[in-house]
Design a protein around this ligand. Structure first.
Ligand code: A2P
Length: 317
């Protein structure tokens, strides 16, 4: 299995199963199909509200002898409501309990946005913490504590831009080892990729297929489609592959982990098989010049009228 490597030599399989939007009732079977078909990397998060089901599927896989714990790479993420120093380890312990695991391979700060404890999605001003209330470095200290306790092997962040990575790196004991962000040919993130590379931070691409199964309320009416894009389709014909496989292969080719979500057995199998596709330089060049720039997950659900956060706080200028 092709993998990317942390500085201590630990490996992360480059293609993992995404579980955002996988409903309880679907995700159990999806995780088992994935493990049966050779996936060794599952991407989870507390806010996906399906970690218990994922945990049950992992237990079933262990009990049936499909795979051993140490052969799997499991990621989860700290939700925005647990950013205070004293809340990080308890939130992680809840995730470990739900996933029925003793340790995670990777734990990430999900978003650089803080809510008061118990708030799933802050709406009113009172439900938010500001950076002054809870600086990101405080949350990072909690992540370091989790690592020192042996509850997680690697720690990192998600949805962090260069300025926020620098803020953490400046005052940390151990820097972030991973930055998981939206990435695909419409959002290649070249500047961020170069910064992460220069600072020894690995990357994971989320929403590699454009996350077409998002709630209608979080979609714009004029969104471009990655899976229907002509250049992607042309490369799919050339490689006798599907458009999704080309999009997954795009990240693999850049040594960036990628976590396509699926709850369909054929598509789960097909997505892992993308590893076999070799996009050449001219293919990558075509994707680099696709001519559309678009961010599907723009974070605007965190930046409403009452929020102390602005979209300009989140992304690169
Ligand atoms: P499904 O779960 O029914 O397979 P993303 O990973 O960008 O969030 O995209 C997830 C969406 O893409 C889901 O709607 C998922 O549907 C769909 N999907 C996953 N794999 C494929 C594939 N190989 N071809 C087409 N659509 C796919």
């Amino acid at each position: 299995m092709k993998s990317i490597t942390f500085s201590n030599g630990d490996k992360m399989p480059v293609v993992g199963l995404g579980t955002w939007k996988s409903k309880p009732g679907e995700v159990y079977q999806a995780v088992l199909w994935a493990i049966e078909s050779g996936y060794r990397h599952i991407d989870c998060a507390a806010i996906y509200e399906n970690e218990k089901e994922v945990g049950n599927a992992l237990q079933k896989a262990f009990n049936d002898g499909l795979v051993k714990r140490e052969e799997l790479f499991i990621t989860s993420k700290l939700w925005n409501s647990n950013h205070r120093l004293d809340d990080v380890v308890p939130a992680l312990k809840k995730t470990l309990k739900d996933l029925r695991l003793e340790y995670l391979d990777l734990y990430l700060i999900h978003w650089p946005v803080s809510f008061k404890q118990g708030v799933s999605f802050a709406q009113t001003r009172e439900e938010f913490f500001t950076y002054r209330d809870v600086p990101l470095v405080q949350t990072w200290e909690g992540m370091e504590e989790a690592k020192m306790m042996g509850l997680v092997k690697h720690i990192g962040v998600s949805n962090f831009n260069i300025a926020k990575l620098e803020e953490v790196i400046k005052s940390c004991q151990f820097g972030p080892e991973m930055n998981q962000v939206e990435m695909h040919p419409f959002l290649p993130q070249d500047k961020l990729v170069n910064f992460c590379k220069a600072n020894g931070i690995l990357m994971t691409a989320y929403s590699p297929l454009g996350s077409g199964d998002r709630a209608a309320s979080s979609k714009k009416s004029n969104e471009p489609s990655l899976l229907d894009n002509n250049i992607v389709k042309e490369l799919a014909s050339k490689h006798m592959a599907s458009p999704a496989q080309i999009l997954i292969s795009y990240s693999v080719q850049r040594n960036i982990a990628v976590i396509p979500k699926s709850v369909n057995r054929e598509r789960i199998i097909q997505n892992l098989a993308s590893i076999e596709i070799n996009l050449d330089e001219s293919d990558m060049e075509k994707l680099a010049n696709i001519g559309i720039a678009y961010r599907f997950i723009d974070g605007s659900f965190f930046t409403g009228a009452q929020s102390p956060y602005k979209l300009t706080d989140l992304w690169e200028k």
